[in-house]
Design a protein around this ligand. Structure first.
Ligand SMILES: [Zn+2]
Length: 260
């Protein structure tokens, strides 16, 4: 739900979160809300992480090329320095910011501003993608959007990585991800080696319970530093080990839900 447009005599700010998988129309929804505020002659500012260099450093660009001017920032704290007297603050691709974004949004809302944050709520392994979960907790309004599963047509909640190579940098890849529902989502697909590793014979000591045998790597927990994404850069690892990933260049967003 989108709250009423903030009035001139605003006193109380709030936080709105727009989240969901890739191809769910998050950026389109952010742009729609920002444009409505701008029509009402409210001062709007949009920020995005400088790392999101897919299309333009000066515009928030959604997959359907519906765009509005924005400022790339290197850190969440930089938003506080740049925000000026904006009534409405939009933040896109919020999953690329670190945990400082939570406190930044608190501060902005505490100053009486309307804060609209858009970002992926899950990474390509289906794990919560900080800091979006924290922002959802403290937000007044949360909108979770869905794409359409390319396999079965159900509402899609996951960003499926369909290229099983986590070390290669996909420059301009358009088909590295696709939306999938819970049943069709396969988190291992994106980290599975292209060629299955040869089965190594167990060392003889493995049968001796008194000997420590290194356990195989936890499935679904790749080494974050080796994760690459679809944008042509290596995304930094999050502090908790989740890959700062889940993005790809898309040719369009054919599966937008109807406007709400
Ligand atoms: Zn499905």
């Amino acid at each position: 739900m989108e709250p009423a447009v903030i009035g001139k005599n605003r006193r109380t700010g709030w936080i709105e979160v727009i989240c969901g998988s890739m191809f769910s129309g998050k950026t389109e929804e952010l742009i729609r809300r920002m444009k409505r505020a701008r029509f009402a002659r409210q001062k709007v500012e949009i920020y995005k992480p400088a790392i999101d260099s897919r299309f333009s450093n000066e515009e928030v660009t959604s997959h359907d090329e519906n765009s509005i001017p924005s400022e790339p920032v290197d850190s969440a704290g930089q938003i506080l320095l740049m925000v000026g007297n904006a009534d409405v603050v939009g933040i896109d691709e919020a999953q690329f910011f670190d945990g400082d974004l939570v406190e930044v949004c608190r501060t902005l809302a505490g100053d009486g501003r309307r804060v609209i944050v858009a970002g992926l709520d899950q990474d390509f392994l289906g794990q919560p993608f900080e800091p979006i979960p924290q922002l959802m907790s403290i937000a007044e309004y949360v909108t979770k959007l869905h794409a359409v599963c390319v396999i079965c047509g159900s509402p899609a909640n996951h960003s499926q990585r369909i290229v099983a190579d986590r070390t290669r940098v996909f420059v301009g890849a358009t088909d590295a991800y696709e939306p999938r529902c819970r049943d069709c989502f396969d988190p291992d697909l994106g980290i599975r080696p292209t060629k299955p590793a040869e089965h190594e014979p167990q060392p003889a000591a493995a049968t001796d319970p008194s000997v420590d045998v290194p356990s195989p790597a936890e499935p679904g927990q790749p080494t974050a530093s080796t994760i690459s994404d679809g944008n042509g850069y290596d995304a930094p690892a999050q502090p908790d080990g989740h890959p700062a990933d889940g993005k790809a260049v898309a040719p369009g967003d054919p599966s937008l839900p109807p406007p709400r």
